[in-house]
Design a protein around this ligand. Sequence first.
Ligand code: NAD
Ligand code: ZN
Length: 379
Amino acid sequence: MLAMNYRGPRRVRIDHKPMPTIKHPEDAIVRVTRSCICGSDLHLYNGNVPDTRVGMTFGHEFIGVVEEIGPEVHKVKVGDQVLVPFNIACGKCTFCQQGLYGNCHESNPQATAVGGIFGYSHTAGGYDGGQAEFVRVPYANFGPTVIPPEMDPDDAVLLTDVVPTGYQAAEMGGIQPGDTVVVFGAGPVGIMAARCAWLFGAGRVIVIDHVDYRLEFVRNYAPCEAYNFKEMDDPVLFIKKITDWLGADVCIDAVGAEAEGSALQTITGRKLLIQAGSATALHWAINSVKKGGIVSIVGVYGPTDNLVPIGNVVNKGITIRANQASVKRLLPRLIEHIQNGILNPKAMITHRVPLEEVAEAYNIFANKLDNCIKPVLIP
Ligand code: NAD
Ligand code: ZN
């Protein structure tokens, strides 16, 4: 089959790989029909995630058709059109029982933090991902969800990650009616977080980025105020100024570890050392939230990054909430929001690219070319 193949930092190509096979009675094989590239893939692409091995296939946002099932799979059948949450979760372990599907113990037992994730390095279990014609889906009685027949596949594929992540970013913010919410990052995740902030009763939503076409998009889509930080002397001061010097009630980090800062990183074996300052958005969030406010982090960082200005957190009495999105927990209400027209995620898909052109799709998305917001690969 054809599959994306990671060759090293900023080098990916299309390749032939052996077909995946059923390895466990609860596995399914899914024939992929759409597979997105995510900002999280850029951390891998840029070589910033430890233990990302050459030869791996990325891709944790995909939908497809069930092609084959193991003998113990009874929740989906061959021929079903399914969306597959990016978290690989057993649905039964102590963490899954709490709805922490991003922290499943069974799918990544060696890790102390994250559960299994499709196509996300050996720190997330070493599973191959869905930027391929076929993919092995473990725990097929839990994760894969049959796509409602009337749902647009472009909406369905964004339910595997971006929609739940944006929604959970707003949810973790504990937004109270009338709150001022600042979202750092106008990528797909930040755009969705800004739109979802209104669902929790925000009174004002402000988005900060430096890519003008993305700011323009979110201004219309969320809708919200959107500002370019390159046009400010000091983004923290700017936010203070427009919030009566109090700061925002809630700040959301939808940026994560920065590729530019990462140029300063040194990878020593499997240990990742990051220079201070490569989490600018997180610093801005902590410094521009009001005293007693909440900072919600969905941006992805290296497992042991140590980047929080802890003194300000303590002195301001800030609450920090963070996690990988728990996709399966949120799916029922998000499917409803799409069906009711409250969310319209497919509007973010700007590029449809044949899987064969995966290298060019990464280049366009990583370098913010051609007004790209969200590219989807079509095998
Ligand atoms: P993206 O790369 O498309 O968007 C990131 C945006 O941040 C870009 O538009 C960039 O210009 C902007 N940016 C860079 N530095 C900034 C700064 N200092 N201040 C404000 N904006 C800045 O990525 P995405 O797909 O939108 O994902 C965003 C983040 O969310 C990534 O870190 C990704 O790994 C993470 N993510 C987390 C989860 C989760 O479950 N927690 C799921 C999906 C994605
Ligand atoms: Zn993703």
